[in-house]
Every structure is written in structure tokens, then in C-alpha cells.
Design a protein around this ligand. Structure first.
Ligand code: SAH
Length: 243
């Protein structure tokens, strides 16, 4: 089946309404990632269909829960994607949630260069790009506890990632982890890490990603209270003494 069909059928299956313009943006994104994958060291998957299913559809699938996560009474304005890499899931979400402002954060210059190219080519107006290390930026007033939703996909192991991203979220905001079936073990072992950082497990939303035969779910954490000032610790500490 061709890319256009896979994409449209998948959006329908997930219950996501879409315009022609949104579908063309997704396809342009796919073409740019495919074209520049090597040069910018973007993602492991090399073929177009694989990139579409494993990365794009996987990122978009959260929109099945669009109303619950992005259009509830919380008045979501600012969303932060930590360790966005080639812009996943942030760029995909910015296309379908054009009234929200997306901040894409990454430490790697190559990824930042690609994101700049992408935003220009696709004329995405609701994206801001931030280069830096999450553990450093989370200490800055400008970013700390300043986002309604903070999300991350495939960035670091569970306890490390929790320390990196929970401090960015506003009180009463949500932190969202894109997860595989590893989440059950991680929750069993690391649940107390979340409360140490001021979070509280809120929900686990499962999803069937079209054409992908693997377990996927979103762990939703609510920011219940302020993250203690000592977190995130410096990079060496985080790595050598994970919470
Ligand atoms: N979220 C993307 C990329 C995953 S690869 C996707 O789903 O495809 C992980 C990315 O996180 C890399 O681009 C890496 O540069 C970035 N990263 C890892 N640790 C980071 C940190 N401490 N601060 C900022 N970015 C980080």
C-alpha cells in the first residue's frame, strides 16, 4: 500500500480528524527525514514505510486521547518535547494541534540544525526550538515549572528521564511518557521516583498503533507539587546514582 493510503487509513482508525493540508505536511516531513536521515543522523529506520509506521504513526497515536489530554479544563498552551531528536513527537503534534505552542528541546547540534531546516521548509509557526541539556535548562527560571504538558519519547531510562522532565512541568500540569511494555516493570521498580520529584501517577492510556504489532501506552503523571530544588542533579550524578 502507498504512503498516502497508510496515513489516511491510520488517522481514521485512530479517530483523528484531519485536513488535506495536515496530510501534506506529514508527507513533507517524512520526505525530509528520509532525505536527510544520514546527514543529520536522525533515526535508525531507513525505509519510508518504516519511518511512517514506527515513528510517525507511533508519535501521532496519542491524538486518540486528544480531548482528554489537550482540550480538558486545564487550558493547555505550552507543550515541551524533551529529547525531540528529529522532532518526534513534537513536530507531529504541532501539525494536528495548531492552537498550541510546542517547544522542542535537544542537546545535539545536528538535530537542532535539522529542526531549523524543517520549521523553515514546512513553515511551522507554532514551534520554538531550544538547544541544551535538559538537566541544565530545567534549573533556569525561564523553563522550570513553566509548561502545561511535558512529553518524551525514547530518550533515556525511566528513572533518569523522570528526573530530567518532571521539573519542567507546572503544578497541575501533565507529564507524558511514550512507553512500550517495559512500563509495567518500570512502574513496579521505580514508582517512588515519581513522587520524590513531585509527580503522581495519573493514568496509563493504551493505544493500538496502526500497522505496528507492538504494545504501546502513554504513562500520564500529574504534577502534584513543586519538584525539590535539588532536582535535576548534574549529569554525572544522574547517570551514576539514578534515583
Ligand atoms: N524523541 C525522538 C528522539 C529519540 S533519540 C524520537 O522519538 O525519535 C534521543 C534524543 O534525546 C537525542 O536526539 C538526544 O540528543 C536527546 N537527548 C538525550 N539526552 C538529553 C538531555 N539530557 N538533554 C537534551 N537532550 C537529550
Amino acid at each position: 500500500m502507498d504512503i498516502d493510503n497508510i496515513l489516511k487509513l491510520s488517522l481514521k482508525e485512530l479517530g483523528i480528524s484531519f485536513s488535506k493540508a495536515q496530510v501534506s505536511l506529514v508527507k513533507e516531513y517524512l520526505n525530509l527525514v528520509y532525505k536527510h536521515n544520514k546527514k543529520f543522523n536522525l533515526i535508525g529506520t531507513k525505509d519510508k514505510e518504516g519511518i511512517l509506521i514506527r515513528h510517525i504513526l507511533d508519535s501521532i497515536s496519542i491524538l486518540k486521547y486528544k480531548k482528554y489530554l489537550f482540550y480538558n479544563t486545564d487550558n493547555v498552551e505550552k507543550v515541551l518535547d524533551v529529547g525531540t531528536g528529529a522532532g518526534l513527537p513534537g513536530v507531529m503534534l504541532s501539525i494536528f494541534l495548531s492552537d498550541k505552542l510546542f517547544y522542542l528541546l535537544d542537546k545535539t547540534l545536528k538535530k537542532i540544525n535539522f529542526l531549523n531546516l524543517l520549521v523553515k521548509e514546512l513553515k511551522l509557526e507554532n514551534i520554538r526550538i531550544i538547544r541544551g541539556r535538559a538537566e541544565e535548562l530545567a534549573k533556569e527560571n525561564l523553563y522550570r515549572e513553566n509548561f502545561n504538558i511535558v512529553l518524551a519519547r525514547a530518550v533515556a531510562s525511566f528513572n533518569i528521564l523522570s528526573e530530567l522532565i518532571i521539573p519542567f512541568c507546572r503544578i497541575n500540569g501533565k507529564i507524558i511518557f511514550y512507553k512500550s511494555k517495559k512500563i509495567f516493570n518500570e512502574l513496579a521498580v521505580h514508582r517512588e521516583v515519581i513522587s520524590k520529584l513531585g509527580g503522581k501517577v495519573d493514568n496509563l492510556l493504551e493505544v493500538k498503533v496502526p500497522y505496528l504489532d507492538e504494545y504501546r501506552a502513554f504513562l500520564i503523571i500529574k504534577k502534584a507539587k513543586k519538584s525539590p530544588d535539588i532536582y535535576p542533579r548534574n549529569f554525572t550524578k544522574i547517570k551514576t546514582q539514578p534515583l
